[in-house]
Design a protein around this ligand. Structure first.
Ligand code: TRH
Length: 411
């Protein structure tokens, strides 16, 4: 592999992650860190300000250590103590990734400029299918006072964008798991969940509070297909509890209503969450990272997009649906649109939510075979657009550009 420093040494990389809320910020940064370290031999330091959220994804993380190591990645608690320190003994890495515009400490930026060979500074943005993304991907943003630019790197679904985070062997591992009944049985055993009964439909459910949820549960309860809904201990649990007239539900709880059984699972380690998505018939996912993983699972999925105050998420959702549905027969695309819109926006065309949920769900189910086929093809398409490979190509390009500038300065 080409080395940025031109010497026979691995590239160093600092990734900065501020957890705004939920698990997506650290979920993405952790995935990125592991891949850069494992698949590309980089020396990775991950700075994260919320070790408690991190620990949910990766239970071996200690929540009170300033420095620790996990899977070959150095993890630093980006605490207020570090923010206030001049970081005088911290040598910035050659590649610096600021996740989701989290704002690097200014003194760290000053040191990046002071290096003999300036760091390459990337701002990794949120994922979006909107068209404008292609035009902004890789654009530089000069620092207002220092001679250094940061570059916007936009994940996305088309070749004009940065692609998505995917491990080199993800599709092969998924296919092996999906064809190995013993691995699947072991997975269910470890969770204490019985193997599927014939004719049963198994869904995983990870969503935000959702006004359509009670009606969807009622629809499932009255359906003639036995439904098992697996809810990891995160998000929407209070809605699950109140649907069953309870104050709380906990991991291990089994709740039954009509033909619907709900099982509350513990929050699953990130590495194993993929397996849940690979094994269920339909996955309800949310935010960014679980949504991408559901796409890579090659299974039909229903996305609850992260709601934004200015309703920016509505355009984001439409842009993705348009792209995702491009290869689908029109009635299948319509069924997907109706269910996803109802799930994200609630009341649809003035009808009661209940009528919508029921109709939308039943229509969706009719097309499961087409949706399944399409999901598989889509995952194949996505697997050719690796964010890490695109990022490495991009930093090599910047490095070459800088070398040329340097040579012409010397002339
Ligand atoms: O937790 P999220 O709602 O995160 C969101 C989004 O990233 C959103 O874009 C961002 O702006 C906001 O946070 C601040 O959903 P997301 O992105 O799917 O992240 C969840 C992570 O948790 C993902 O890495 C998968 C992981 N996960 C597990 O590891 N085990 C589990 O049991 C579950 C349910 C999730």
């Amino acid at each position: 592999m080409h080395l940025v420093n031109g010497m026979n040494k691995p590239i160093t990389c600092d990734i900065f992650c501020a957890v705004i809320d939920n698990f997506g910020d650290i979920g993405v940064c952790w995935r990125l860190s592991k891949q850069l370290a494992h698949e590309h031999g980089m020396i990775v330091r991950l700075w994260v300000d919320d070790l408690l959220s991190f620990r949910r994804l990766q239970p071996t993380i200690s929540s009170d250590m300033l420095i620790q190591y996990c899977f070959g990645v150095e993890i630093r608690h980006w605490s207020s103590a570090y923010l206030e320190l001049p970081l005088s003994n911290i040598e910035p890495a050659q590649l610096v990734i600021e996740a989701f515009a989290c704002q690097l400490p200014e003194h760290y930026v000053v040191r990046m400029v002071a290096l003999e060979r300036k760091s390459i500074w990337i701002n990794l943005e949120y994922l979006s299918a909107e068209e404008w993304v292609a035009g902004c991907h890789c654009l530089p943003s000069p620092h207002p006072s220092l001679p250094l630019s940061k570059y916007f790197f936009f994940p996305g679904f088309t070749p004009q964008t940065g692609g998505i985070l995917l491990e080199r062997d993800i599709i092969a591992r998924r296919d092996a798991f999906q064809s190995e009944l013993h691995s699947q049985a072991a997975f269910w055993r470890a969770l204490g969940v019985p193997i599927p009964k014939p004719g049963e439909l198994r869904v995983s459910l990870f969503c935000y509070e959702n006004s359509s949820l009670p009606e969807l549960f009622s629809t499932w309860a009255k359906s003639n297909i036995p439904m098992l809904c697996l809810v990891p201990e995160a998000g929407a649990l209070s809605q699950v509890a109140s649907f069953f007239g309870r104050e709380l539900v906990d991991a291990g709880d089994i709740l039954q209503y009509g033909n619907l059984e709900i099982r509350v699972l513990p929050f699953i380690e990130q590495e194993r969450y993929d397996e849940l998505l690979w094994i269920c018939d339909i996955n309800f996912v949310r935010g960014e990272d679980s949504c991408v993983r559901a796409q890579l699972a090659g299974k039909p999925f229903v996305w609850h997009i992260y709601p934004q105050q200015d309703n920016a998420h509505v355009n984001k959702l439409s842009a993705f649906m348009e792209l995702y549905c491009a290869g689908l027969e029109s009635e299948v695309a319509q069924a997907l649109n109706r269910l996803w819109k109802g799930w994200n926006i609630g009341i649809n065309e003035g009808q009661a939510i209940s009528t919508n949920s029921k109709i939308a769900w039943n229509e969706y189910l009719v097309h499961t075979a087409s949706l399944q086929r399409h999901a598989r093809e889509w995952s194949q398409y996505l697997s050719g657009n690796s964010l890490i490979l695109n990022l490495l190509n991009f930093i090599q390009k910047i490095d070459r550009m800088r070398s040329l500038e340097c040579k012409s300065d010397l002339r």
